[in-house]
Write a protein that binds this ligand. Structure first.
Ligand SMILES: O=C(O)CCC(=O)C(=O)O
Ligand SMILES: [Fe+2]
Length: 222
C-alpha cells in the first residue's frame, strides 16, 4: 500500500519548522487503485455541503463529504488502513512521536471530494495535531486549483492568502502530513469544470494531548 519515503528521517525537523511534510508517491500503484475504487463506491452515499463555517471566520465549504462514523459502518478497508501497524510506525518515524488514533469516530478518517468549479475547503485548523492527507484524485496542473495552502508557524486564519502562506500541489498517489491543529490551512478553489480532487484525511493525536474540540467537524461530517 505504501512506499516508505526516502527522506523520512528528516521529516520530524521539517514538521517542527514548517508544519508540513510532502510525501510524494506515498501510495503504491495498487494501493492507489484500491483506494480509488473504495472512494468511488463511498461517493454514492457522500453528502454535498455548501455553507460558511461560522467558527472558522465564516470560511467557505463547497464540497462533498463522508464522515468517519459512516465510513466505519460502510467500509472494511478504510478503518483497517487507518489503524494499520505499518502506517502507525511510519507516522511515528515521520513525526518522531508516538501518534495514536483519535477518540472521535467522526474525525478519524474522512473523505473530501471537490468536484465542481469553485469547490473549496476553506481556511481552518483541525481539532487534532496531525493530518495525513492521501490524494486519490487531483487536478493535474496548479492552475486548476485544489492547492493546499498553509501558514508555517501560525494557526491564524488571516495569514492565509498573505505572503506568509505557502502552497503545495499534489498528484494522485501523493500524500502530505500536516501539523494541522497549529497550522492554518485551506484548499484553494477549483478553477474550471471537469476537474476533481478527492482525498482521504486520517487524523491522529498524541498520548495525553489535550483536545480542544470545535463544532466544525460535526458540521462538515454530519
Ligand atoms: O484536502 C486537503 O488537502 C485538506 C483537508 C483538510 O484540511 C481537512 O480535512 O481537515
Ligand atoms: Fe484540515
Amino acid at each position: 500500500m505504501f512506499n516508505v519515503p526516502k527522506d523520512a528521517d528528516q521529516a520530524p525537523a521539517r514538521l517542527e519548522r514548517t508544519g508540513y511534510v510532502p510525501l510524494t508517491g506515498l501510495l503504491t500503484a495498487e494501493g492507489l487503485a484500491l483506494l480509488r475504487r473504495e472512494a468511488a463506491r463511498l461517493e454514492g452515499i457522500a453528502l454535498r455541503r455548501d455553507f460558511s463555517m461560522a467558527c472558522m471566520d465564516n470560511s467557505p465549504r463547497h464540497m462533498t463529504t463522508l464522515g468517519g462514523q459512516v465510513i466505519a459502518e460502510e467500509s472494511e478497508l478504510l478503518p483497517r488502513l487507518y489503524a494499520d501497524e505499518e502506517l502507525l510506525s511510519l507516522l511515528g518515524r515521520l513525526t518522531g512521536q508516538a501518534v495514536t488514533s483519535v477518540p472521535d469516530p467522526v474525525e478519524r478518517h474522512v473523505l473530501n471530494i471537490l468536484h465542481q468549479e469553485g469547490d473549496t475547503h476553506g481556511g481552518h485548523t483541525d481539532d487534532h495535531p496531525y493530518a495525513l492527507v492521501l490524494f486519490l484524485e487531483a487536478p493535474g496542473r496548479p492552475e486548476d486549483g485544489g492547492l493546499l495552502e498553509y501558514t508555517p508557524g501560525t494557526p491564524r486564519l488571516d495569514a492565509l492568502g498573505t505572503p506568509a502562506a505557502v502552497t503545495g500541489h499534489h498528484h494522485a498517489g501523493d500524500a502530505y502530513l500536516l501539523r494541522s491543529d497549529t497550522t492554518a490551512h485551506r484548499v484553494t478553489p477549483l478553477t474550471r469544470p471537469g476537474v476533481r480532487r478527492t482525498v482521504l484525511n486520517f487524523a491522529y493525536t498524541l498520548p495525553g494531548h489535550p483536545t480542544h474540540p470545535t463544532d466544525s467537524a460535526h458540521q462538515l461530517y454530519r
